[in-house]
Write a protein that binds this ligand. Structure first.
Ligand SMILES: O=C(O)CCC(=O)C(=O)O
Length: 263
């Protein structure tokens, strides 16, 4: 696994709102991630990653991807992968933080013929507002313009606010809401299996549709800066924790939102 970043990579992340790291995992690590994540996904969904193409569900958003949240809470081997402090240190370095927590992990699997993921920002879905939240998106298959690679609007992380805007079915909904985004040419970020793409939590991004008959697997983890405050949105917080929170409280529940790196 990558162990650090050059100053140029850090600058590039902060300017563009994303960083593509090639060969983030070596071949042995990639095979291990593929095996562990695929087995956890299949266990959660109750069938192998084979079968009919996406498109049979009535709601178009349900045909965007299989979204398996918090596999690390139910599968010990996923927990081991995701709770690697090195992953936390790398994310903290890019985000300019000295203490960082796991917000959530999720596997995102584009099924054959899956719909595109419309442009969105991640933080407005979450229970805190911050300009330093960051995610890692690790390709477990080659992600191409044909099967649903990521697309980003470089530099857009500074151009919007924290208002929640749902991921619509239409690619242009976010740029319609924030016209400045419509001045930025989307950039495709094809990735080889084992590459990682770091994504600023406020950068506008999406993914293409999967026009192939194969699955496009990715494993992701989102990170929360230490000391951020509850904004009233539930997202992945448990009912029990929500019941204890008031808007403005620091999100400091280590059982739900564990520290993954502290300098
Ligand atoms: O994998 C995808 O299709 C989209 C990924 C994404 O939007 C995200 O990780 O926030």
């Amino acid at each position: 696994m990558r162990t650090g970043f050059t100053p140029e990579e850090i600058d590039s992340y902060r300017t563009l709102g994303h960083l593509h790291v090639t060969a983030f995992l070596d071949d042995t690590e990639l095979r291990r991630w593929q095996k562990i994540v695929t087995s956890a996904v299949e266990d959660r969904i109750g069938h192998p990653l084979r079968g009919q193409p996406a498109g049979h569900r009535e709601n178009p958003y349900s045909n965007v991807f299989l979204q398996l949240m918090l596999l690390s809470r139910t599968h010990e081997d996923v927990r081991e992968l995701m709770h690697n402090p090195k992953l936390g240190e790398l994310a903290a370095t890019l985000a300019g933080l000295d203490h960082i927590h796991i917000w959530h992990d999720q596997a995102l699997i584009k099924e054959p013929l899956a719909n595109a993921t419309a442009f969105h920002r991640d933080v407005p879905f979450w229970s805190f507002d911050s300009s330093q939240a960051i995610s890692i998106w690790v390709a477990l298959d080659d992600a191409t313009p044909e099967n649903g690679c990521l697309y980003l609007l470089p530099g857009s992380q500074h151009l919007t606010d924290y208002e929640h805007t749902p991921i619509g079915v239409n690619m242009g909904e976010l740029p319609s809401r924030y016209p400045e985004l419509a001045t930025i040419e989307p950039v495709a970020v094809p990735a080889r299996a084992g590459d990682a793409i770091y994504i600023d939590g406020m950068v506008a991004h999406g993914a293409g549709c999967n026009m192939t008959l194969s699955y496009r697997r990715a494993m992701t983890c989102a990170y929360m800066p230490h000391g951020v405050r509850f904004n009233g949105k539930k997202n992945i917080l448990t009912d029990e924790y929500m019941g204890q929170l008031e808007i403005g409280d620091v999100l400091d529940n280590e059982a739900e939102l564990p520290t993954i790196y502290q300098q």
